[in-house]
Design a protein around this ligand. Structure first.
Ligand SMILES: Nc1ncnc2c1ncn2[C@@H]1O[C@H](COP(=O)(O)OP(=O)(O)O)[C@@H](O)[C@H]1O
Ligand SMILES: [Mg+2]
Length: 378
């Protein structure tokens, strides 16, 4: 076990790294953050911000020497970085799990190999693969780049084989998947933590609404039946066990209108849809990340209150500074801003959690705050 006063390392200094840092600090750990960005949100509050490339071996050696364990806030750290660190210190989750989650082809193939359902898909490496895929799938479909896609980026709507060809050219023929577009009833995610010893704690599923491919709200409890909940939790646990996973794992699900439960993708880290746990669960997903990294057992995932998490994007600044005082007027609303200076459209600047006595009251509160925040209302 790694105990307080030890130093932990995190690769990536965005908001997830920042909230990891905050949880680690409150538990008595020190944190080193590696991120080349001088304005890194996590770097700003870390005990040490290593402002260097992820492949800088001298810096990685320094990190490995001083950090009792290292984790990551994003799956796109170069594979060699995790492998290099693994040779020198504890790395959780390990490079294998991160490698699977980083690549949609490996990820979806792995999920299917576990006997778990996904939307029908084909791996595309060549134009020939694309032809086979178009013949084997029902349109409409989506062409998704295998690597580096996020918030709906790197995806093309495909209604015909010629669309698919055009998308593939636009992706410069990089590896991708062609996947049937399914008819969604709703989307939700299951987040869990698995310890070094294999103990697992699962959070209640969060129902997710995306706008323009970016998560907009997460509502907990999700509007799904007990059977779906039980089945999804078992599927998430199956994935974690199959990878001998150590850390926080997020699994995104699709529930189709005809009642199929499909896994969309997974993230080897805390997830935007788990930010509700900061205020509405007994243990936050970031404390859970610290616990699993340090060889501690998972904390309780008990839900303390119904909650709606609302993402705050840079777009909110378009008409001026948001009216935060109107948000703070609500005693059950908790604001989390990430300390980013530049409010670009689509950029995640923060989120707020709206706690209320039931999910519908939490939804009403979220709507009220959303309207009140907009500067033109001032
Ligand atoms: N096969 C699909 N059918 C229907 N909707 C989809 C499908 N794939 C993705 N989407 C929609 O697009 C969103 C983003 O896609 P996702 O594969 O999760 O990519 P990202 O890595 O950008 O989150 C999903 O949350 C869902 O709303
Ligand atoms: Mg997604």
């Amino acid at each position: 076990m790694i105990l307080p006063d030890s130093t932990l390392g995190v690769l990536g200094g965005g908001q997830l790294g920042r909230m990891f840092c905050m949880a680690a600090h409150s538990m008595g750990y020190r944190v080193w953050v590696l991120d080349p960005d001088p304005d890194s949100p996590a770097g700003a509050i870390a005990d040490r911000h290593l402002q260097a490339r992820y492949t800088d071996h001298a810096v990685l050696e320094d990190m490995a020497e001083h950090c009792a364990a290292v984790t990551t806030e994003f799956e796109n750290v170069p594979a060699e970085t995790l492998e290099f660190l693994e040779a020198h210190t504890r790395v959780r989750p390990g490079s294998r799990a991160v490698a699977i989650a980083r690549d949609r082809i490996l990820e979806k193939t792995f999920i299917r190999e576990q006997g778990l359902a996904t939307a029908p898909f084909f791996a595309i490496q060549t134009s020939d693969d694309l032809q086979t895929a178009c013949a084997g799938l029902r349109m409409p479909a989506l062409l998704k780049t295998a690597q580096l896609g996020y918030d709906g980026k790197g995806q093309f709507a495909v209604n015909s084989p010629s669309d698919a060809g055009q998308g593939f050219r636009q992706l410069q023929q990089a590896p991708c998947i062609l996947e049937e577009r399914v008819d969604l009833a709703l989307e939700f995610s299951v987040i869990l933590a698995r310890s070094v010893q294999g103990d697992i704690a699962v959070y209640p599923p969060g129902e997710n609404v995306h706008v323009n491919g970016i998560l907009d709200t997460t509502c907990v409890p999700a509007g799904i039946g007990t059977d779906t909940k039980t089945q999804a939790e078992a599927m998430a646990v199956r994935l974690a066990e199959a990878m001998q996973y150590c850390g926080v794992l997020a699994v995104e699900f699709f529930l189709t209108r005809d009642g199929q439960l499909l896994i969309n993708e997974m993230a080897p880290r805390p997830h935007n849809s788990g930010h509700y746990t900061l205020d509405a669960a007994l243990t936050s997903q970031f404390e859970q990340q610290v616990r699993s990294l340090c060889g501690l057992p998972p904390g309780s995932t008990e839900l303390l209150s119904p909650v709606v998490m609302v993402n705050v994007l840079g777009d909110l600044w378009e008409q001026g500074t948001p009216c935060w005082e109107r948000l703070f007027a609500h005693p059950g609303v908790k604001l989390h801003l990430y300390g980013k200076h530049l409010a670009r459209s689509g950029r995640k600047m923060g989120h707020y959690n709206c706690l209320a006595k039931d999910p519908s009251a939490a939804q009403d509160l979220a709507q009220e705050v959303r309207t009140a925040l907009a500067p033109e209302q001032r």
